[in-house]
Design a protein around this ligand. Sequence first.
Ligand code: GUN
Ligand code: ZN
Length: 405
Amino acid sequence: MILAGRLLLPDDADGVELAAGTVELDGDTIAAVNVGDTTTQADAGGPDALICPAFTDTHLHLPQFDQVGAHVTPLLRWLQDVTFPNERRWENTGFARGMAERVVGQLLSVGTSGVAAYATVHAEGTRAALEVFTQRGFRGVIGQTLIDREAPDYLCRPADQLLDETAALLDKFSPGQRMSAAVTPRFAITCTAPLLEGAGRLAAERHAAVQSHLAETVAECDFVGELFGGKRYVDVYRDAGLLRPGSLWGHGIHLDDADRVTLRGHDAVVAHCPTANSFLRSGSMPWREHHAADVAVSLGSDIGGGYERSMVRVARAMIETAAARGDAYPTAAQAWRQITAGNAELLPGPDGGVLLPGATADVLVIEPDVPWLDHPDPLAMLLWAWDDRWLERTVVRGEVGYAAG
Ligand code: GUN
Ligand code: ZN
C-alpha cells in the first residue's frame, strides 16, 4: 500500500514538521518513507492529505465507554455511584468480550491504535479484552484493576487471589509483546498495603508495566493520608516498589515540588487527562511545573471520566488547560508530537508513533475539508478545526482497521 500527502514527522526538538512525500507499506511494516516524492501512484491520500502515525491514548477505562456523561461529582462519589456498578457488568465474560470489540471499533474510528487501558477486577474479562486488542493489532497494555477494599463487596477480592490472577495474565501476555498485561492497582484507596506491596514485587519480578491513579482530587489525597498514617501519596507508591521507570500515573494534579522530585527520580510518568479533570471538576494539572521539573507527561482520554475519545481533541484540551492556568502552554506542533511519537514512546512495550522505515505500519490518512496548507500555521488549523470525518482510514499493522464511509 502506498500513502501520499504531507507526512507528519518528528522534528529535532519536541514538535513535528510536515514534508510532502509517500509512505510505502509492506505487510505490517513501513518499507519506505520517501520525502519529496509526490509523483508516485498512491493507493490513498493526495496532495492535501495528512499522513500521520496512528494515535496513542495512555489512560482509558475500557468498561467505562458506556458511562460517558454520567455526572455525579466528586470523584469518590462518582466511583461508588456510577463507576463501580457499571464495572460489575464485566463479571460476565461474554459481555466484556463484546464490549472490548465495540471499544476497539470506536478507537480505530478516531485513529487510536495504542493504549494503556484499565479493564476491571475480573480476570477473565481482562483476559478477553487482551485477546480482542491483540487480535485487532493494537499496541500497549491492559490491566486487571486490583481492588481489595473501599469498594462494594462484589468488586473486592483477596490480595493473594488478585496477584495470582495478574501473574497468570502476565504468563500469557508478557512484557515485550505488542499487547501485554499491566500491573494495575486501581489507586491507593482501594488497595491495602499488602496488595500494593505484592503488586510492586510482581512488577519487579516480571519487569511488567505499572499503571495507577495519583493525586486526582484533594479529597482523595486527604483520604490516602488517613489510610496510610499521613504518608505523602507518592511515597505510598514508592514504598510499595511501584514507582518504577515508565510507570504511568493517571492525573497527577495535586502534587508539589517534593513529589515532582520523587517522580522524576524514579523516571515515572504522569498521564495527564485534561477532559476528565474538567468534567469531574478535579482541578487542572500544572503542566508548566511538571515540565520545568522534567517530569515526563503523557496524555490520556480517561474515558469515561473523560468524555472525549479523539486524542486530537484531548490534545486541544491539554493546551486549553495549561493556557487557562495562565501558564506557558504547548504549541500545536508539540500537541501533535504528544499524541503520536510522544505518547507512543511513553507506552510500555514496542515503539510506535513514527513514520520510519522498519516501524510498524500504524498510519492514518486524513483528508481535511479546509485549506489547511494555506494557513499560516497548518498544524494549528488542523488541531483547532479538527473533524473526525476527515479520517479517511486507520491502518493498523498494514491492515485497514477503519475506513470512512
Ligand atoms: N481513580 C480511581 N479509579 C478511577 C477511575 O476509574 N477514574 C478516574 N478518573 N479516577 C479514578
Ligand atoms: Zn482513570
